[in-house]
Ligand binder design. Sequence first.
Ligand code: GLU
Length: 444
Amino acid sequence: MTITDFPTTASGVRDEVPDPLFPAASHPAEPASPGEQALAAARFQLAEASRFLGLDEGLHLMLATPRRSLTVSVPVRREDGRMEVVQGYRVQHNLSRGPAKGGIRFHPSTDLPEVTALAMWMTWKCALAGIPYGGAKGGVAVDPGALTTRELERVTRRYVNEILPLIGPEKDIPAPDVGTDEQTMAWIMDTYSANAGYSVPGVVTGKPMTLGGSLGRAGATSRGVQIAALQALSRSPEDATVAVQGFGKVGALAAQYLADAGCRVVAVSDATGAVVRRTGLDVAALRAHAAEAGSVYGYRDADALSHDELLEMDVDVLVPAALEGVITASNAPRVRARLIVEGANGPTTPEADRILTEAGVTVVPDILANAGGVIVSYLEWVQNMQAYSWSANEVEVKLRDLMTTAFQAVASLSEERDLTLRQAAHAIGVGRVAEAHQMRGLYP
Ligand code: GLU
């Protein structure tokens, strides 16, 4: 295999944006799936970073391919007695800086290319955050909303059983992602521990407090988004308006923390629709409504808005906090926010990135903006490995310190070398991993 076997452009269609290092070869004409597009985007960003760092083609190829990928079939007994089989994945992209780390996603459209892209982003994210992990991601192609709790438990336990040879507190440590939560992590911890014959809290992070979870983990990604947004804002929070796309685990608390910091959160959306109030939403009331109604839909103290309108709103800060590929070449020219802070992984396609950069929009990239989650996962794991627990304040101080250090490193490199924040973040993340590879050497 050579590097030219990969789709070399952001969209997976070769003749749009040639890979800066390895010019395009032929590519099938059919449009790439969302997962393939995410993977092409991740490889495009890596190619840019590799060129900037002057990495040789062999090392670039190693970093462009995952270390291990496991696909498993997960049979699940439905409540009516039928058996269905769903596909599950665990990809360990890189292990050069420590055990693999990354969440598990339950979503109907998750596939191997998407999980691979997400695992690659975890590698750079952990390196950029300065925490001693490689990158991994898992996924199961199910819609958790369409399963009963007992069905979800059976899917989770069987999936964990299938990926058991890969995971462990010193090997690969899963965590929550889209569609999974504390309860899922508790089942993972229990299934792994039952197989081991003793309790192993450090096998997974994002656990409930009673099983060795960490104070501050539940809101950690959102807290990190708030820290990154406030660092990047060129005005005082009181003068800033914010729109948040996605009102789930990350978006709802990011909206809350930004409102707590003084920002005016004027619009939020979830899968059911969007709501807007130019004078500012009462985020706490909206969260209470969403917790009860299951969505922002029907919240009375605001007007309705379409998903597209939210992304194109005239606000200072836009926080995409849902899935990949939502800011694309087609809507990027209409984005009016001056600052985008990526709570989600991969929300902006590389074509959109280029359009936004040309328009002078600052994008705080995913691997920096949403690193708060994995940073507190690391703090949880350290506490588990020491059988000790820290106060909320200790966790908060360490999170703030690691986020701020990463932000400042990215901002200075961007300034010094005239890079976008994304290019600088990737240059640092990829550079640290490349350095680890070079120091370790190739075995045999
Ligand atoms: N799923 C989160 C992410 O994408 C957290 C991963 C973790 O804590 O390991 O960063």
